[in-house]
Design a binder for this molecule. Structure first.
Ligand code: FES
Length: 347
């Protein structure tokens, strides 16, 4: 099928398979279509149908509240095509040159599932075609038994890799996390689309790094730390990680974070902020190279980072209220420009 896209920067055409996701078809054809969550929540990928009959596949998508149905708008990331169509996309877009990595579909198998806490697990997906991605990027994972895709950031950083690593916190009424937690899913097949997302780390930008994460939002930050350490970035740049958890029992990746600090003790600092309990002497003794604080993670960041925001690139990920609090702090208190704050809207 042929899809025509009218945009602020001209008209573009791309081929799309019958019943293929419109956004993914455009992205894998190298068009820089607008998106953030890629899973139907943020509304960024809305488009107006000028011709043809693309079909919305998730009529309950939260992002539909941003769509004007009376103007025949839809969410590209939750719509499929069944014939040629023409869309109007209210954005500047461009066609990437052929040598650029574009997101695409891969088949994968779940491996190496491990419980990290009572409600957090990590696992790998072995993918059939190697993937190169930036630290901080995510993929959309679709399991045949669960309706719709879920966006998860890679914990590991690598190029041309067949293994993608993830960490997932169980969510109340989260179909995908329920499926993972309640079934023996080792070896099961999934579909992966990516890499996606712009909350990425680029050493050539030459900035100090501030990561503020809550819960499984730490995933992309781990990839950023891994790449930074691999490239000796922290031998001459500062790196600060603030990781929010409810209690000590909810913490994970503390050993991995400690090994990053141990590699660059002069310039790397990791602080774990516990929101629902105090810090025991035993906890501090167990993790002497990790700093601890109490309260919300964005409040701990604000207090500890006062006066240290110069030449900083900030990354934020976690539950929506935590992300909102951190963004407010970075803009209002730290006075960072929007170009120096990176996050992806999954929530
Ligand atoms: Fe489509 Fe977020 S709703 S990209």
């Amino acid at each position: 099928m042929k899809v025509k896209v009218q945009t602020k920067s001209g008209q573009f055409d791309f081929e799309c398979e019958q019943d293929e996701n419109l956004l993914y078809a455009g992205l894998r054809n190298g068009l820089t279509l607008p998106y953030e969550c890629a899973t139907g929540t943020c509304g960024t990928c809305r488009a107006r149908v000028k011709d043809g009959e693309p079909r919305l596949v998730w009529t309950e998508a939260p992002g539909l509240k941003f769509v004007k149905k009376e103007k025949n708008e839809l969410l590209m990331c939750r719509s499929v095509v069944q014939g040629d169509c023409t869309l109007r996309v209210p954005a500047e877009i461009s066609q990437l040159p052929g040598n650029k990595t574009v997101p695409d579909y891969r088949k994968g198998k779940i491996r190496n599932i491990q419980a990290l806490t009572h409600d957090v697990i990590s696992f790998d997906i072995d993918i059939d075609i190697p993937m190169t991605y930036e630290a901080g990027q995510f993929v959309v994972i679709e399991a045949p038994e669960v309706t719709g895709g879920r966006a998860y950031s890679m914990v590991n950083y690598d190029t041309q890799t067949n293994i993608l690593s993830f960490v997932i916190k169980r969510k109340p009424e989260g179909d995908f996390s329920d499926w993972l937690f309640e079934n023996n899913v080792e070896g099961l097949e999934l579909e992966v689309f990516g890499p996606l997302g712009k909350a990425t780390f680029h050493p050539e930008e030459n900035k100090n790094i501030l990561c503020i994460a809550g819960g499984s939002g730490i995933a992309g930050m781990m990839a950023i730390m891994e790449r930074g350490c691999e490239e000796s970035y922290f031998s001459d740049h500062k790196g600060y990680v603030f990781f929010g958890a409810r209690t000590a029992k909810d913490m994970f990746f503390v050993d991995e974070l400690t090994s990053f600090v141990n590699a660059y003790p002069e310039n790397l600092e990791v602080t774990v902020a516990l929101s629902d309990e105090g810090i025991s002497k035993e906890l501090e003794a167990l993790h002497p190279n990790i700093k601890f604080d109490t309260g919300f993670v964005h409040t701990a960041t604000s207090e500890k980072m006062a006066g240290k925001f110069e030449n900083m690139m900030a990354y934020v990920a976690g539950p929506p209220p935590m992300v909102d609090g951190a963004l407010r702090m970075l803009v209002v208190e730290a006075k960072l420009p929007g170009t120096d704050i990176r996050y992806d809207k999954f929530g």
